[in-house]
Design a binder for this molecule. Structure first.
Ligand SMILES: N[C@@H](CCC(=O)N[C@@H](CS)C(=O)NCC(=O)O)C(=O)O
Length: 408
C-alpha cells in the first residue's frame, strides 16, 4: 500500500476505477504521505449510490432553480424591452382638446439624414426637426421655406413603408415639424401651417412665442358623409402682431390666394404627369430613390418593392387622380396650363417674382412643389414647353443663397 503510495506520489498512473466509467488518467502528484489512501475503487471520488442519488437530486434542483431564475430574468428583460418599444411607438401628443400641438415630451431621437446649419452666425434659439419624405411636394414646400430663410434644422427621412419615425405622432402625414423652444416641445403639422406659423414667428418683433402663434391655427374635426375629417383653421393666414415687415393688404391677400392655388390646383397636376406611363412612373421612382437616399433608409428588398410596386400602383392610381382633379386627356397640357397661368401672373406684375424683387411665400410654395418633380420627364417637358424654367432657376438661386435670412 505504501509502495503503492510511493509509486503514486511520483507518477501519473492509469487507474482503472471500480465504476464502469472509462479508464481515466489520474494525476497523483499532489498526494501527501499523510493522506489516507482509500483502497482500490474507494478513492475520494467514490460515491455510494445514495450519495450519487442525493447529488443527482441536488443537481436537478439546481437546474430547475437556474431555469426558473433565468426564465424570470429573460421574462423581465423581454417585458422591459417590449415596454420600451411600445413606449417608443405610443403617440406622445397630449390628449387635451386645446393646445394639442404641445407635446408632453420630445419625440424619440432618430439619426438625421441631414443637419442643415443656420445661414446666420448667431445661434438659433429654437431647435427645428423636419419629418419628411424627400420628394413629397408638401415636404418640398416646407423645405423651400426653411432653406430660403436660412433656418437651421434636422431632417428625419421617414421610411414610407414602416413609418417608424412618426409612430409617436397622432397626425399621420408628413411633413411634421417639431420645434423645441425652451422647455416646450411644439408639433406643427401640415406644410402650410409650418410656413404660416414659422413665418409669423420670424417676422414678429414683440417676442410672441410659437405656442401663442399656434393657438391661431386650431384644428376642427367634423363628419362628412360619415367620414371623420379635420381641418386646420386660418392656415393661409399670417399672424402679424408687431411685424418687422411692412406689406400692403393687397399684397398679403394675393400671396394667400396663390398659396392656396398651389395646394388645391398645382400639386394635383403633378402625380398624373410624373406617373403618366409605366416607364415614366418607374423612372420617377428611381429618381425619388436617388434623391431621397433610399439606400440609407430602406433595405435592398424594401427599396425595390417601393420602387417597382410604387411605380405600378401610382401609374394605376394616376388615372383616378386625373379624373378626380379634372385634368385634360393629355395630362401634360394641364401641367403646362398651370405653369402658364403662374407665369402670366408674374408677367402681368412685371416683377421677377410674385413678391416683387424677391420671392414671397407664394413663390416659395410654387417653387417648392415643383422641386418635387424636378428630376422627372414631366418637369423637363414643362421647361421645354412653357416659360417656367427661367423663373424656377432664379428661385433656385435665391433659395440656395438663403436670401430670406436677412430678416433673421
Ligand atoms: N395638407 C398636408 C398634406 C400632406 C400629405 O398629404 N402628405 C402625404 C405625403 S405627400 C402623406 O403623408 N400621406 C400619408 C402617408 O404617406 O402615409 C400638407 O400640406 O402637409
Amino acid at each position: 500500500m505504501l509502495m503503492t503510495r510511493g509509486i503514486l506520489r511520483r507518477s501519473q498512473a492509469l487507474i482503472k476505477l471500480s465504476d464502469p466509467a472509462p479508464t481515466r488518467l489520474v494525476s497523483c502528484r499532489n498526494l501527501s504521505l499523510g493522506t489516507r489512501l482509500p483502497g482500490p475503487g474507494a478513492d475520494k471520488k467514490y460515491k455510494s449510490e445514495e450519495e450519487r442519488d442525493n447529488e443527482a437530486k441536488k443537481k436537478k434542483q439546481k437546474v430547475i432553480q437556474t431555469a426558473i431564475l433565468g426564465g424570470a430574468l429573460v421574462g423581465t428583460l423581454w417585458g422591459y424591452l417590449s415596454y420600451q418599444n411600445k413606449k417608443k411607438d405610443e403617440a406622445i401628443a397630449n390628449d387635451d382638446l386645446v393646445k394639442q400641438y404641445l407635446l408632453n415630451e420630445a419625440p424619440p431621437k432618430f439619426k438625421p439624414a441631414r443637419e442643415i446649419k443656420s445661414a446666420v452666425g448667431k445661434p438659433q434659439d429654437i431647435k427645428i426637426t423636419l419629418f419628411q419624405y424627400q420628394t413629397c411636394p408638401f415636404c418640398c414646400k416646407a423645405r423651400a421655406f426653411l432653406d430660403y430663410f436660412g433656418l437651421s434644422y434636422d431632417v428625419i427621412e421617414v421610411n414610407s413603408v414602416l413609418r417608424k419615425e412618426v409612430k409617436w405622432s397622432k397626425y399621420k402625414k408628413v411633413p411634421i415639424v417639431v420645434v423645441e423652444a425652451g422647455d416646450k416641445v411644439i408639433q406643427v403639422n401640415d406644410s402650410t401651417v409650418i410656413v404660416s406659423a414659422l413665418y409669423s414667428l420670424l417676422v414678429d418683433s414683440s417676442g410672441t412665442e410659437l405656442d401663442k402663434i399656434m393657438d391661431c391655427y386650431p384644428t376642427i374635426k367634423y363628419v362628412d358623409d360619415g367620414v371623420e375629417k379635420s381641418e386646420i383653421q386660418n392656415k393661409y393666414f399670417l399672424m402679424y402682431n408687431e411685424a418687422k415687415v411692412q406689406r400692403s393688404k393687397e399684397d398679403i391677400v394675393e400671396e394667400r390666394k396663390w398659396r392656396k392655388w398651389v395646394d388645391e390646383e398645382l400639386v394635383h397636376s403633378l402625380s398624373p404627369n410624373v406617373y403618366r406611363t409605366p416607364t415614366e412612373a418607374l423612372a420617377a421612382f428611381q429618381w425619388f430613390s436617388k434623391v431621397g437616399c433610399w439606400e440609407e433608409i430602406f433595405s435592398a428588398w424594401e427599396r425595390n418593392l417601393v420602387i417597382y410596386m410604387g411605380a405600378g400602383v401610382m401609374w394605376l392610381l394616376s388615372k383616378r387622380l386625373k379624373k378626380r382633379h379634372n385634368l385634360k386627356d393629355d395630362v401634360r397640357q394641364s401641367l403646362y396650363d398651370q405653369c402658364n397661368f403662374w407665369m402670366k401672373t408674374l408677367s402681368k406684375k412685371g416683377t421677377p417674382f410674385l413678391g416683387g424683387a424677391s420671392p414671397n411665400l407664394a413663390d416659395l410654395a410654387v417653387y417648392g412643389a415643383l422641386t418635387a418633380v424636378e428630376g422627372c420627364e414631366a418637369f423637363q417637358d414643362a421647361r421645354d414647353n412653357t416659360k417656367i424654367g427661367d423663373w424656377f432657376d432664379s428661385m433656385k438661386a435665391a433659395v440656395k443663397r438663403r436670401e430670406g435670412s436677412s430678416i433673421l
